[in-house]
Design a protein around this ligand. Structure first.
Ligand SMILES: NC(=O)c1ccc[n+]([C@@H]2O[C@H](COP(=O)([O-])OP(=O)(O)OC[C@H]3O[C@@H](n4cnc5c(N)ncnc54)[C@H](OP(=O)(O)O)[C@@H]3O)[C@@H](O)[C@H]2O)c1
Length: 159
C-alpha cells in the first residue's frame, strides 16, 4: 500500500482540519500520481476537498463510522473493509488525514512525501520517516520554490 502526504519541516500535516500552507506544484503532483487510482480517505479530509466532495477521476474509498451514503464514493466502515476494497484496484493510495494515516501506517510500504520548508502551526503530524530506521529515502527530486518557500518531492520505502 502506498501513501502520499505533504509535510512541513516538523512533519506537521495540518491544523484545524485543513492544510495551512499549500504548494500548487504539490497539488498537481498529487493529481497526477493518484489519477485513475483508488484512494483511501477519512471522512473529515474528504470534507476539506473542494465542495466537500469526493475527488473526481479516482475511486474514493471513504472511511466513516456513520451509516451514510456518499455520492461518488464507496464507504468503508473499518480500515479492514477499506483495505479489502482497495485490493480490487491496481493501485491505491492512502491520502489521509491524520487518523487514517495512523491506522494504515503498518500497511504502508511506500510513501510519496512532499517536504515543505516551512513550519506553520500543525496540530496533526505524520511519523518522521527520517528518524525511523525502518524507512529510507529512495528518490529525491531537486529542490524548487514557490513564493520563496522551498519544497522537494521525495519517495520513501520501508526497508
Ligand atoms: N498534509 C497532507 O498531505 C494531508 C493530507 C490529508 C489530510 N491532512 C490533514 O489531516 C487532518 C485531518 O485528519 P483527521 O484525523 O482529523 O481526519 P480524517 O482522518 O481525514 O477523518 C477522520 C474520520 O475518518 C473516519 N474514521 C477514522 N478511523 C475510522 C475507523 N477505524 N473506522 C471507521 N471510520 C473511521 C471517521 O469518520 P466519521 O466521523 O464520519 O465516523 C473519522 O471522524 C486535517 O488537518 C488535514 O488538513 C493533511
Amino acid at each position: 500500500m502506498e501513501a502520499i502526504v505533504a509535510v512541513y519541516a516538523d512533519w506537521g500535516i495540518g491544523a484545524k482540519g485543513t492544510q495551512p500552507l499549500v504548494i500548487p506544484a504539490d497539488r498537481k503532483r498529487f493529481r497526477e500520481l493518484t489519477d485513475g487510482c483508488a484512494v483511501i480517505v477519512g471522512r473529515r479530509t474528504m470534507e476539506d476537498f473542494p465542495g466537500g466532495r469526493p475527488l473526481k477521476g479516482r475511486v474514493n474509498l471513504v472511511l466513516t463510522r456513520q451509516d451514510i451514503a456518499i455520492e461518488g464514493a464507496a464507504v468503508a466502515h473499518t480500515p479492514e473493509e477499506a483495505l479489502a476494497a482497495a485490493r480490487n484496484y491496481d493501485r491505491c493510495f492512502v491520502i489521509g488525514g491524520d487518523s487514517v494515516f495512523r491506522q494504515m501506517f503498518p500497511h504502508l510500504s511506500r510513501v510519496f512525501v512532499t517536504k515543505i520548508e516551512s513550519t506553520p502551526h500543525s496540530d496533526v503530524f505524520f511519523p518522521d520517516l527520517d528518524a525511523d530506521r525502518a524507512w529510507r529515502c529512495v528518490a529525491e527530486e531537486p529542490r524548487a520554490e514557490h513564493n520563496g518557500v522551498g519544497y522537494r518531492f521525495c519517495v520513501y520505502e520501508r526497508i
